[in-house]
Design a protein around this ligand. Structure first.
Ligand SMILES: Nc1ncnc2c1ncn2[C@@H]1O[C@H](COP(=O)(O)OP(=O)(O)OP(=O)(O)O)[C@@H](O)[C@H]1O
Ligand code: SF4
Ligand SMILES: [Mg+2]
Length: 347
């Protein structure tokens, strides 16, 4: 099946300071690269999960796909059409096919509009005037499991889970082919998180929508995504089929994230492996492997030579000189066993 969304070597750059400050501080390169050389695809009916610490560039990718930030270089193709060279005006029709659920659902909903107005606003924005908005509101509320009485409520009268459902209803209004969901479960209780994820998974299956799900929550990624990518300082350090990455992470950073994830099954729990120190500033990117200042496996070469992208099995790729969970990794003693391939580490 052809990809719906194809991103190749995307780079997004922001000014880190104004011209005057750059001159005053003699800063010759007053930019930060929030997204570096990122490539991925999403096919219809498929979900890609994007994980990484705060500031790693996840929302910047989402906003750039929607044409809300310019791409510095690289390519974004939707249904075969290049988007990076489009004007805002030409971008608009693509926003019908690509819907965004923003990171802060209540804050991104206008407080003075009723749910009916909020979920049918996309029709007005796109100049679609031949629909009965009451009928559409009822249809959309039903799709997300809310009764029609919700149409008259205001955002402050919604619980976190209901606000999220309203966000999903609004995203579905124009029958999108791709949904970009930025932190769809942040701030919700675990049971409500489950409801929202099940709703997204059901809609995806019924409607064949492609999804990009951005989250800090690895359990969400595991539950909903076919493929996942792990970001560090704007770069994908590992990417692959979700189960493969979960059970046999190759990049030490992925293993750090996974080992910090609360795992309900005690047999599957990893030894806790921690990264050292704080995430470096994007204004002072470490040379070569950017994770070397924090990596528990770092050796001298890591700060001198940029690791190449290595392909493991089935499109599983990673960037590391000393991957974990391989026969060569001295800390691995259970590769290939049971749920596994996960390393078990001495305490
Ligand atoms: N418009 C902007 N101008 C300047 N810098 C920006 C802008 N938008 C984002 N950044 C910077 O880009 C980096 C990536 O930010 P982004 O919001 O994409 O991270 P994130 O992974 O979504 O984080 P979080 O998990 O906290 O939402 C951050 O350092 C941020 O400060
Ligand atoms: S290249 Fe070196 S520093 Fe970077 S992740 Fe691999 S082991 Fe760690
Ligand atoms: Mg974000």
């Amino acid at each position: 099946m052809n990809a719906l969304l194809e991103v190749e070597n995307l780079k997004v750059r922001f000014r880190s300071m104004g011209m005057l400050r750059a001159l005053a501080t003699r800063t010759s390169d007053p930019y930060i690269d929030a997204v570096c050389d990122v490539s991925f695809q999403v096919r219809p009916g498929e979900t890609l999960g994007l994980v990484g610490e705060s500031g790693s560039g996840k929302s910047t990718i989402a906003r750039t796909l929607m044409g809300l930030n310019p791409a510095h270089s690289g390519s974004i193709r939707f249904d075969g059409r290049e988007l990076t060279d489009l004007s805002q005006r030409s971008y608009k029709p693509f926003r019908r096919d690509m819907a965004m659920m923003f990171q802060d659902p209540v804050g991104s909903l206008s407080p003075r509009l009723t749910v009916r107005s909020l979920i049918t606003e996309p029709f007005l924005i796109h100049g679609i005037r031949d629909r009965d908005r009451d009928v559409e509101a009822k249809r959309l509320l039903e799709m997300v499991g809310l009764s029609e009485e919700f149409a008259q409520r205001f955002p402050h009268q919604l619980s976190g889970g209901q606000a999220r459902r309203v966000g999903v209803a609004r995203a579905l209004a124009l029958d999108p082919r791709l949904i970009i969901a930025d932190e769809p479960t942040a701030g919700l209780d675990v049971s409500v998180q489950g409801e929202v994820i099940n709703l997204l998974a059901r809609l995806q299956e019924e409607l064949g929508i492609g999804m990009l799900v951005i989250t800090h929550n690895l359990n969400v990624v595991r539950h909903i995504s076919d493929h996942m990518a792990v970001m560090y300082l704007g770069r994908f350090v590992e990417k692959g089929p979700t189960e493969e990455v979960f059970y046999r992470p190759r990049h030490p950073y992925t293993e750090v994230l996974l080992s910090a994830n609360p795992e309900p099954d005690p047999d599957a729990r990893l030894e806790r492996i921690e990264a050292r120190g704080d995430v470096p500033s994007l204004m002072q990117r470490p040379p070569a492997c950017e994770f070397h200042t924090r990596c528990p496996k770092a050796q001298e070469i890591c700060s001198q030579v940029d690791p190449e992208v290595t392909t493991a099995e089935e499109g599983h790729t990673f960037r590391c000189h000393f991957p974990v969970n391989t026969p060569e990794d001295p800390d691995t003693d259970t590769v290939g066993a049971g749920s596994a391939g996960r390393s078990s580490r001495p305490g």
